[in-house]
Design a protein around this ligand. Structure first.
Ligand code: GLC
Length: 764
């Protein structure tokens, strides 16, 4: 751009006019500034629900060659050439536009060589280049880049390129895979202890090159749209995440049983098989809350039907399972079988609810049921219809819905770009609506479950867009039973957490390929704090239930499921805190140790909240491992042994061991072991203090309804001083406070406190 002509501002919108264009800065909150080139358009966002602009004091200063916009938390400097730089409140640079020329990535390949390579079947990388919407930022030497949902590979995305185009490709993923199932164009940079966020709220196909083309810069590009993104500053990664989730929404408080263990398989396809799984869980004393029904429970893969030949008493079977504390979650794909006479298809055709060809005829591709049509979820009318269909499941006692194939998948080749899908009430194209297909489907499912059950909806989705966390939990799609995919499970879940998706999991044991007893054992250890805890495997692979591999595997598996159930209140407390802070359950060390360069790229350890550090073994035939403990003092969870932080330790880790550390004086809630989550019969809770002084805040509610929104919850403050424990009810709104609370202190005897209803307090 060329020299600033004028600067105006009104209602937090700063308009900078250049001789050859316009740049707008909108102060959304003191931490968030939206940057947009061209005539200002507020536009519609799928990620952001409602108007998020908060009244915020800000100042606009015009210098000789720049404009400076300052809020309480940040400063944005826009220069004469239109370059935009972000600084924190202390004036330290967070991220700057790159001013030099870009240079093409050297591939050193002639046309002839390329033709040969392609002839042998090589897939030559083709970056999406040349765009209307391109943002190039300086990459600092020690900068680390995180986020982007669950892209292939490890924690730090620096040096790689990624595409935003939701894709279903079941071949084993390696880190050269640029696109997976999700589109979350949100990036966090951390450099010299300072963090910032960039959110490109663009649903169109887009591309990130994070320092592959050059070590000096990284860029975002999309062929469609104008430069339009959010700059986010905050106190470290937690501050950035708080602001980002303020903008796009936070993972809502889930029903408590959804944190229990879930057993799945493609497919448990008969009533007898499902009962067999439930009975074996109980017989082997494997705590379990959920069994998943994959596509074979349906009649010919027709959504919202049940195969009555194989499930002759579906609703009463679910009622029987419920008595054993087992809930059923069913899969629902978007593809509706093209089948005149099938009511879902007929209704959709009659009411014009499916995507169409440009001539208006219904578009047909294929998914599991063969030829299938695609609900046009961008329209409210279609979402309402879908939400209403969910009743078919809830009436039968289904407790949650697992949405799959919603990239959307299409077995007869890619859906052409021009197929008509709606953007709200306006006809649009597949090209535009592709990346929000799963988002809109999840929303419809969420709304249906909420309306019909009045409970907190449990939706799982494979494809999502930024902000889908408001409606759905996610899993990372079709991994394989490979050690590398176990290794990835930690960075994938940590990056999802840094992308707003606090509730996420991987297919434990691996989906494709055959697992081994050792891999499954290490996977359950590594996954035991995954918010979504589900073992799932593909059709035709080796059976993967925990009892299929002999006594040692079964015993170890049980040991970790028991650990999970003891600690469910810790996870639930973190979820509740996350509804206020946006912070995830599983966290990379980089989040709480921003100045620790070693913490920045750790892929094989993670924090659960702030106080628990897990260092699972992720390689075969390993009996010990190096564990890096960040600054502070730590205690071995199992033995209580003290370890100094700021250095690494060699920790023994035979096959049944998960190295686990608690920050000194950390307190963890510890519930009595049960075989499933049964909130109604909770009468007592324990706490373990890993020291003799500390505080902890615990949250309790009915675990399923929205009554907590009106204050129906209890909050407890647990304090340990010189080894003596006190418990105070700081908020009393849920009618069933614990009758007793037991606090174990590191070097002392357990203390039991009893609730005194008369005074509403706990006494020793
Ligand atoms: C997809 C899903 C997988 C599911 C299968 C059959 O591959 O990712 O989880 O089991 O479809 O429904």
């Amino acid at each position: 751009m060329q020299s600033i002509k004028s600067v105006e501002h009104k209602d937090q919108l700063v308009t900078i006019t250049y001789a050859d264009g316009q740049l707008n800065l909108q102060v959304v909150t003191p931490q968030i500034v939206r940057v947009q080139r061209g005539p200002w358009q507020a536009g519609h966002s799928y990620a952001i629900a409602g108007d998020k602009v908060q009244q915020a004091p800000y100042q606009v200063d015009r210098g000789s060659q720049e404009v400076v916009v300052t809020t309480a938390e940040l400063k944005v400097v826009v220069d004469d050439a239109g370059f935009v730089d972000l600084f924190d409140a202390t004036g330290a640079l967070l991220v700057a536009d790159f001013r030099g020329p870009r240079h093409a990535l050297a591939r050193d390949l002639s046309k002839q060589q390329a033709a040969l390579a392609v002839a042998e079947g090589h897939d030559l990388a083709k970056a999406e280049v040349g765009s209307a919407n391109e943002v190039v930022k300086v990459l600092h030497d020690h900068e680390h880049l995180y986020g982007l949902g669950d892209k292939a590979g490890f924690m730090d995305k620096r040096g790689y390129e990624y595409d935003m185009w939701n894709t279903d490709n079941p071949a084993p993923q390696l880190e050269n895979r640029t696109r997976l199932y999700k589109t979350v164009p949100f990036l966090i940079g951390q450099n010299a202890g300072r963090a910032y966020g960039l959110f490109f709220d663009n649903i169109e196909r887009s591309h990130f090159d994070l320092g592959k083309e050059s070590s000096d810069y990284y860029y975002y590009t999309s062929k469609v749209g104008v430069v339009d993104y959010y700059l986010i500053a905050g106190a470290g990664i937690p501050g950035v995440l708080e602001a980002y989730t303020y903008l796009t929404g936070r993972t809502p408080l889930p029903q408590k049983w959804t944190l229990g263990y879930q057993q799945s398989r493609w497919s448990y396809g008969t009533e007898a098989q499902v009962d067999y799984i439930a009975d074996h869980m109980r017989e082997y004393r494997l705590p379990c809350d959920v069994i998943h029904l994959d596509i074979d429970y349906m009649d010919g893969y027709r959504v919202f039907t049940v195969d009555h030949d194989h499930f002759p008493r579906f609703a009463s079977q679910l009622a029987d399972l419920a008595k054993k504390g087992i809930k059923v979650v069913t899969i629902i794909d978007p593809g509706v079988k093209e089948d005149p006479g099938y009511h879902v298809y007929d209704e959709g055709v009659a009411q014009g609810l499916f995507a169409t060809n440009t001539d208006g005829s219904v578009y047909v591709n294929a998914v599991w049921p063969g030829d299938a049509v695609y609900p046009d979820f961008g329209r409210a009318k279609v979402r309402d219809w879908w939400a209403n269909n969910v009743k078919f499941l809830t009436e039968k006692g289904v407790a949650g819905v697992w949405n799959d194939m919603n990239e959307p998948a299409s077995f007869k080749g890619e859906i052409p770009d021009d197929i008509v899908f709606s953007d709200g009430d306006q006809p649009s194209t597949h090209a535009r609506m592709h990346n929000v297909y799963g988002h809109n489907m999840s929303r419809a499912t969420y709304e249906g479950l909420r309306e019909q059950t009045g409970k907190r909806p449990f939706v799982i989705s494979r494809a999502v867009y930024a902000g889908s966390q408001k409606y759905t939990t996610v899993w990372t799609g079709d991994n394989h039973s490979l050690w590398v995919h176990l290794q990835w499970s930690v960075p994938l879940l940590c990056n999802l957490g840094l992308s707003g998706f606090a509730f996420a999991g991987t297919d434990i044991g691996g989906f494709g390929s055959d697992t081994t007893p050792e891999l499954l054992t290490r996977w359950i250890e590594a996954a035991i704090f995954s918010p979504l805890l589900r073992n799932h495997s593909a059709i035709g692979t080796r059976a993967q239930e925990p009892w299929q591999f002999g006594k040692q595997t079964l015993d170890t598996y049980r040991k970790y499921l028991e650990l999970r159930y003891h600690l469910i209140d810790y996870l639930y407390d973190l979820f509740e805190a996350g509804t206020r802070t946006g912070l995830p359950i599983m966290r990379p060390l980089a989040m709480h140790y921003p100045n620790d360069e070693r913490a920045a790229t750790i892929n094989d350890e993670f924090l659960v909240g702030e106080d628990l550090l897990a260092a699972p073994v992720l390689t075969p035939n390993t009996a010990e491992r190096l564990v890096y403990l960040p600054a502070g003092e730590w205690r071995d969870f199992w033995t209580g042994q003290a370890y100094a932080g700021g250095r690494s330790h060699v920790i023994a880790a035979p096959l049944d061991a998960l190295p686990l550390f608690v920050r000194a004086n950390g307190i963890l809630p510890w519930r009595p072991l049960t075989q499933y989550v049964d909130v109604a019969s909770e009468t007592t809770l324990g706490f373990k203090c890993f020291g003799n002084a500390g505080t902890y805040t615990h949250y309790q509610d009915d675990g399923e309804s929205f009554a907590y929104e009106n204050g129906a919850f209890n909050r407890y403050l647990v304090e340990v001083k010189n080894g003596a424990a006190t418990v105070t009810l700081t908020h009393a709104g849920y009618a069933k406070p614990y009758e007793t609370i037991t606090v174990e202190v590191a070097d002392g005897a357990a203390q039991t406190l009893t609730y005194d209803a008369a005074t509403g307090s706990y006494r020793g």
